[in-house]
Design a protein around this ligand. Sequence first.
Ligand code: HEM
Length: 409
Amino acid sequence: MNRDNNSIEPPLMPYLNEKFGHYCPNMCIYVGPSPIIVVTCPKVIEAMYTTHNKSFDKHDLVKLLTMELTGRSILFAESNPEWRARRKALSPAFYKGKLIKMIEIAKGSVQTSLKRLQGMTESGVKTKIDLIGEMSRMNIRIILERALGIDITEDMLPYWENGKLVQRDVPYVLRTCFQIMINRMFTCHVIMFPWLADKYITPAERDLLANSRTLRAKFQKVVNDRRQEMKEGRRLDEGDFLSILLSDELFKEDNEMIVDEILTFFFAGSQTSSVVTQNLLMHLMKESPIHKKKILDELEQVVIQPHLAKLVEDGKLKVGETVTNIRPLDVIDYEDFTEMSYYGLCVNEALRIQPPVSQSSTVCMMKDVDCGGLVLKKGDAISISMEHFGRNPAEWQEPKKFIPERFDS
Ligand code: HEM
């Protein structure tokens, strides 16, 4: 197998892609003591999430792998009463009012990035702009601010890299710790000996362990500072994720539990939305400009024209007067996104063609079940491959092409 030495991609996916191309069948990989079943067939996935929804749960492996970073967070823990109680307490963070607030934070973050980029171009000094890095930073800032109510993206942390202690900013440490931690699932020694999942043996694993502990300590401090502020009657009702947890009976006195969920909120929300935004941008730049033009036309129709009409209605603008200084960023709101249907199709297509989470964390069945013709045995590790599922030529016409209209039905 051809493999780029600098790749951080786990070896399993390049192997499957090289062997089967973008359509790989359901398969059982038996490398270590127990099998990993890679599921790609829509019928099987549908049966798992509908008929057999109650019989499937998280597999222990992923909980062990992530314990040092996200503890017993809802993302990887098994669905017991504790999990249900935690999940219920977290749901207010996703109510519509909170999402509206998130749009405002996002707008602020885009402004900060724009200013940064303008500063770079206006300085006159020729600089290479790392667009992917900038977008990643922008998304991390949004999620961190939504999670903590403050922007800690510029804070520096001690970070172990190849056995040396260096300084790295919070977004870097968060991104790399999560990437390395998840990729351990596909390393040979963990596949061969799953009980090594929570043992940190190699020098790189020891670096990871130290960095994870630094991260948790940093977040503990943010939690303690905020608790103190709230005790003093300050910053009580800002609606961020941390203030929701600090006001909840189950969470409020338990720092470990709060840090588990805040790190998960960051992990689940930042890289996913960052990758889909980057992929969409790349497709709009690479493919025919028609998709880009359609989005810009929609923006004009849904955001700019109604705004101008409102200015005329309020007597702030005369009919026929030329306006040059309206930026969509200043006037767009949550409701506009629900009306921008073509933009929605483009996001769906970007998610299909290059899913930010290419493979689910490992799950397992609690009893033997027949899912859409595939017999899944109790306890076997199962992973759903979104990457192969989204490119199956039996399901999608011209699966390699970026065609947003395919979702318009
Ligand atoms: C395009 C963006 C996103 C994608 C593609 C995505 C994808 C996923 C996937 C595949 C899972 C299941 C993971 C597994 O166990 O295998 C998941 C779970 C989760 N995601 Fe997202 N996600 C996105 C955005 C977000 C955002 C913005 C947030 C929060 C701000 C978020 C919060 C969560 C949480 C809390 C869970 C765990 C849910 C549970 O187990 O009950 N996600 N996401």
